[in-house]
Design a protein around this ligand. Structure first.
Ligand code: AMP
Ligand code: GLY
Length: 422
């Protein structure tokens, strides 16, 4: 294979980790990230084109002889980047819009699972508030209310009481908090959650190491849902037999179901799963790499990601090799996140782009460089990953670096990442 130029689409910690991983491949010459961020730009060439500006991305890919484009965020997928690149004969790794519906429409995902007997919570879809309220009263609490559309992880309310659930229905169906849309009301499930991603091409799946995300803003899983406050791998609370079961009862059948449905999936299929007493069940699917799971799973991956993707796209089923070590990552977030927060505040301690020693990696999620100083430029600002022989060692390394960085008054982080598996 000749040397390749790679374009990564996106601007967060996930894309930083993707660029970092891809750059290690001996097959790769140049890695570009569009649009990236100032932190990513310290190590890779960032291109000032937005994720949804497909026309200019296509032009860039042609002019710069890009051999493969890998998509990070769902907005680009829903906007049809894969469909458009393919029309121009440009190689891209991600699902077509029709297949990305598995993430973009909860109704699509739920109906697919129902039709193909993929285990998930019982559910009903509503557009009308009164009908939804009737159903809620019949089912009782706890119960889960989900806005049917993209709400960046915030359109889900796990309601412990009828009042809370009713408030969510009013917000979503009467007050259009996330825009005009439908809601899915579903059965409350309990058990440890885990994220199982796989490289998928048609019916072929290559599962990745599982990770666990921490969605709530504060310690002890308190506070509002966020995009994710930390992640780690491996996840000892989920035994290997349960992972195998999830592959055979969820991931493999879903790839097959997508083909049978006429919407074959290519890209990263992300299963947000919960290990209930009856086995693993699906909470949600995403059509892309999870964030922040990717920032711990890619460091654990020993195989060359470009080699794996190219082999998969060529109809092969390569083996993926993994490092034995554990990886644990902590998000440093702007105070106020996931609600409003101040931007442009200096991040102290981040003088060098890489913190040396301690077996840590620092990925930039939302930083900017202003007059030579690092400032926050997003809700999630930095992602600090520690590596270690055990999860406890990885955790120690991650938090040592976090403590060096967190002197900034404007940042906060969870102190209990990994607690379920320690
Ligand atoms: P989602 O955006 O669908 O991943 O939901 C966000 C979070 O809400 C999940 O990570 C779970 O913690 C919780 N959740 C979603 N659906 C359910 C469910 N059916 N039962 C219990 N918790 C749920
Ligand atoms: N970490 C969950 C997500 O990427 O949606």
């Amino acid at each position: 294979m000749s040397k390749m130029n790679i374009l990564i689409i996106g601007r967060g910690g996930r894309e930083h980790a993707m660029a970092w991983k891809v750059a290690q491949s001996p097959l790769v010459t140049n890695v570009f990230v569009a649009p990236g961020n100032d932190g990513i730009a310290e190590s890779f060439e960032c291109v000032n084109i937005n994720e949804t500006d497909t026309e200019n991305l296509i032009q860039f890919a042609k002019e710069n002889n890009i051999h493969l484009t890998i998509v990070g965020p769902e907005v680009a997928l829903m906007n049809g980047i894969v469909d458009e690149f393919q029309k121009h004969n440009l190689k891209i790794f991600g699902p077509l819009v029709a297949a990305a519906q598995i993430e973009g429409s909860k109704q699509f995902a739920k109906e697919l699972m129902h039709k193909y007997h993929i285990p998930t919570a019982a559910f009903e879809v509503f557009e009308n508030y009164n009908a939804a309220k009737q159903y809620l009263l019949a089912k009782g609490a706890p119960i889960v209310i989900k806005y049917d559309g993209l709400a960046a992880g915030k359109g889900v309310v796990v309601a412990m009481t009828i009042e809370e659930a009713d408030q969510a229905l009013q917000d979503m169906l009467l007050n259009d908090k996330f825009g005009k849309g439908k809601v899915v009301i579903e059965e409350f499930l309990s058990g440890p959650e885990f994220s199982l991603m796989a490289f998928v091409h048609g019916e072929t799946i290559l599962p990745l190491a599982i990770a666990q995300d921490h969605k709530r803003a504060f310690d002890g899983d308190q506070g509002p849902n966020t995009g994710g406050m930390g992640a780690y791998t491996p996840v000892s609370i989920v035994p290997n037999v349960a992972i195998e079961e999830a592959i055979t009862t969820v991931m493999q059948p879903t790839a097959k179901a997508m083909v049978a449905n006429g919407t074959p999936f290519t890209g990263i299929l992300y299963g947000g799963l919960i290990l209930t007493k009856e086995g693993p069940k699906v909470i949600e699917f995403n059509a892309r790499f999870g964030d922040p799971e990717t920032e711990v799973v890619l460091p654990k991956m020993k195989s060359d990601m470009i080699e794996v993707i190219m082999a998969l796209l060529n109809g092969k089923t390569p083996e993926i090799e993994w490092y034995e070590n554990a990886f644990l990552g902590v998000v440093l977030a702007s105070k106020g996140y996931p609600e409003a927060f101040e931007k442009g505040v200096e991040i102290e301690g981040l003088k060098d782009r890489r913190i040396e020693g301690l077996n840590t990696l620092v990925f930039h999620c939302g930083t900017a460089k202003k007059e030579g100083k690092w400032v926050n430029n997003g809700g999630r600002v930095l992602f600090v990953v520690g590596e270690g022989k055990t999860l406890a060692d990885a955790r120690k390394n991650a938090y040592q670096t976090v403590e060096n960085l967190s002197s900034s008054e404007n940042l906060f982080y969870r102190t209990d990442i990994g607690w379920q598996s320690l």
